[in-house]
Write a protein that binds this ligand. Structure first.
Ligand code: DLZ
Length: 208
């Protein structure tokens, strides 16, 4: 990538022990498919194992926050209930399970006994493509989705990568997926989202 805009050179992060989820909307599917491929490409290049990548889809971008929230919470519950089986039926329940052990202890919520490294997902990438239409739909969805995704990552301590394009027209969206025409081909932002997930997932492992 050239010019003054865009991320600085890739941080060299080893993703071989990370577990990453991609949740994507199905609206504007051609663009979504390119962005998901870009993210997957960079995850694999950073060493994330295919078996540690989960891809889920939802109808539209408006559904992304709930899906991210439940996937993060569900992953804890799954690990906790496996441990519970081993420990003789302890039940951590959803309220405590959604928080990483450190975040939970700071918030006064009983901490799950699952170590942070065992959380099913080190990061979640939320991918959607919102293209402005004739009504206010676009504004409402952009606003609520961006705020909700931020809230989920701050509340849970699990990075949620903002892979939602908010484009004013089709061409803007195509360019940001590397699908534009001629000299407007653009660049696939899904690649940055994959790299951001690996970098943030690995940071949070250290910070926990
Ligand atoms: C309804 C709608 C519209 C108009 N536009 C988009 C869009 O550009 N991108 C997108 O991901 N989803 C869109 N949706 C669907 C909503 O996100 C949502 O799926 C429905 O309103 C059902 O909750």
């Amino acid at each position: 990538m050239s010019g003054i805009k865009g991320p600085s050179p890739d941080a060299q992060v080893d993703g071989s022990s990370l577990r990453i989820a991609i949740v994507h909307a199905r609206w504007n599917k051609v663009i979504i498919d390119a962005l998901v491929s870009g993210a997957l490409k960079k995850l694999k290049e950073a060493g994330v194992k295919e078996s540690n990548i989960v891809v889920e889809s939802v109808p539209g971008s408006f559904e992304l926050p709930l899906a991210c929230s439940r996937m993060i919470a569900g992953s804890h519950i799954q690990v906790a209930s496996n441990e519970a089986d081993l420990l003789g039926g302890l039940n951590f329940g959803p309220a405590s399970s959604i928080l990483s052990p450190k975040v939970a202890s700071r918030s006064g919520t009983p901490a799950p006994t699952v170590p942070a490294a065992n959380q099913a997902f080190d990061a979640v990438i939320a991918i959607g493509v919102l293209i402005k239409g004739a009504t206010m739909h676009f504004e409402y969805i952009c606003d609520s989705v961006s705020h909700s995704l931020m809230r989920i990552q701050v509340d849970t301590g699990v990075p949620v990568i903002f892979g939602v394009l908010t484009a004013l027209n089709d061409d803007q969206a195509l360019e940001r997926a590397g699908l534009g025409e001629g000299d407007k081909k653009g660049h696939n932002h899904g690649e940055e989202w994959g790299l951001a997930a690996v970098e943030m997932g690995s940071h949070v492992r250290r910070w926990n």
